[in-house]
Every structure is written in structure tokens, then in C-alpha cells.
Design a protein around this ligand. Sequence first.
Ligand code: IPM
Ligand code: MG
Length: 362
Amino acid sequence: MKIAVLPGDGIGTEIVAEAIRVLETLDLRFEMESALVGGAAYEAHGHPLPEATLKLAKEADAVLFGAVGDWKYDKLERSLRPEQAILGLRKNLGLFANFRPAICYEQLVGASSLKPELISGLDILIIRELTGDIYFGQPRGRRTAVDGHFPGAEEAFDTMRYSRPEVERIAHVAFQAARKRSKRVTSVDKANVLETFQFWKDIVTEVGREYPDVELDHMYVDNAAMQLVKAPKKFDVVVTGNMFGDILSDEAAMLTGSIGMLPSASLNASNQGLYEPSHGSAPDIAGKGVANPLATILSAAMMLRFSLNQPEAADRIESAVQSVLAQGLRTADIWSAGTTKVGTREMGDAVVAAITKKTITG
Ligand code: IPM
Ligand code: MG
């Protein structure tokens, strides 16, 4: 089992270090190799996704990714900004299916900005298409307008587009995921305005006929944004395009009160995957040893389950995380009165200890 380890920037290095310690606690044999990515790679090699890093990622069974980005790179030309590393990995590895679970841990119900009764027991799976849509659509750029409201003026443009196979394959992913859960899919679109998303809706409906056991409904994205804060537990599997998925997955993450807890997986057609926490590089707290490593540790669990075919090891990590939460240990982002505040390293130690203890006592 070959894992490419790409810690990246900001808190990325701190949290990935803890996930690796957790992986090393399992009695499994991994081949792990690290490389620079994002701002760190730009500093060292002049590019956020150097050839060698991409090669390492391509040759691995899975990529364990930290986070990239820092405000100090905002002025760089777009192709050199840290975010291009993650976009480049998605594109080059064909990682089209992004799984972003939003689970509310019972012990953390109080950390949400929503009323506890709205989110207690919440367990949503957002499936975001990750390699199409306006993110990658060509053409894009700047030019002088020849028509529109201001002919002759400077303008910028991007292209929203989806092909039939792109929509079909993500729809299949969603229906199959729903079969393992409560057999409900909500497809989120903007078919009332956008041609691309009428096409999306038509194709998801067609694919849905192959899954008569799964209930499918459709929702406009604006309504979905509203329903997510009004009655989030009505959702189960949500499938949507790249840009709507970017926005809704952050909203869903925050419902749980703790983006620091949420893992994610991005898979290609051969189940090769990139695993990363749903949160970013948090430059404001980088190097302080206070970041929450649990999203990354849980991403490592997803990696074991989806790409490395080690579901039992994944279960062990997940139950160890439950157990440290039950012990009352909290990093600053999820801390509340009556619980014990710990740093990144101590949280990692606690997860390692919980795994070791379970191993010894069975
Ligand atoms: C995400 C991030 C990325 C995205 C950025 C960093 C390019 O927001 O993974 O959700 O927009 O997809
Ligand atoms: Mg995002």
C-alpha cells in the first residue's frame, strides 16, 4: 500500500504528522513518501505542484493531503498560487467524485450555531462533482466586450459546462452511495436558469431510473442553501456540481459546528483517492500546535476504507476518535466549558493511545 504524503502549508504539516502517527500505530505495512505541495513547493521549486510531486501522487494508491494556501500568495499570478496544486491533482488524477460527509458528533452538538435539536444526529453525505463545471470549463479569460451591456468595456468570463458522461458517472456514484445508506438522493441544480443544470437534472433523472429502490428528488441550489439551515436532517445524500458543491459543503460542514472534524475523499474511476480535511491551511494558527488534527486523522480512516481496502483499520481509527471525544478532550476549535483543552500533538497522542488500548484489551 503506497501512500503519497503531501502536508502542504500552514497547519497542514502539523495535522498530517498526527495522522501519520495514527497510521503507524496500526499493524499494517505502508510505504509512505512525502513531497512538497502548495506554497511550500512554490518556495522550494517555483511551482505549487512540481512534476516530482505529481508523479509521486500518480504512482501511489492514495494521497494523504494536508492543506495549501496562505494570504501571502494572493498576489501571485493564478497559475502559481497554492490552490492550483489541489486543482491540478484533481485534474491530473481524474478525481471526479468528492465525498464530504457532514456528521454531527453527539458530544459536539453544542458547538453548532444552530439549535441542538436541528442538528443532533445529523449525518449528510455531500457528493460533489470535482473535475468539471465552471472550475475547469474553457474558454475563460479577460477580453474587450463586443456585446452585452457595455460593448467595448473590459470583461472577464468563465464557462460552465458538463458533458453527459461526466454527469452520468457522478450520478451513479451518488445512487450507489445512497444504497449503502438510507436510499435517498437529492440532486441540487439551478435548472430554472442555467442550461447546464437543466441538462444535469435530466441526466440525473435518467440515471435514477436504473435505481428504482433509491428515492430521488431535485432542489434548486438557493433553496438547498436555505433548507440546509432550516431542516438539515431532511437531507441524506446530496449530489451536485463542482461550484454548488464547493459552497454547500462549507455550509453543511459548519452546521456540525466543527469544520475541524470533517474528513473528505476525492476518488477517480479506479478508486485511487486523495484524502484531506475539509478545512483549509489556517495560516493564523499555523505553527502554534493548537490545530485540530481529527479531520485529517478521519481522512486517513476514509483512505483505509475507500482506497486501501482496510475497513477494519478504518473502524479502529473512527472508534478511537469517538473515545477521545468521550474522554472530554477538545482542541480549541471545539472546546466548551467543562471539557479539557488539548493541543494538536496531545490530541494525536490520545488517538494513538485509544487505538493501542483497544488492541491490547481487544
Ligand atoms: C475546496 C476548496 C478548493 C475548491 C480551493 C482551495 C481551490 O475550497 O476544496 O472546497 O474551491 O474546490
Ligand atoms: Mg471549498
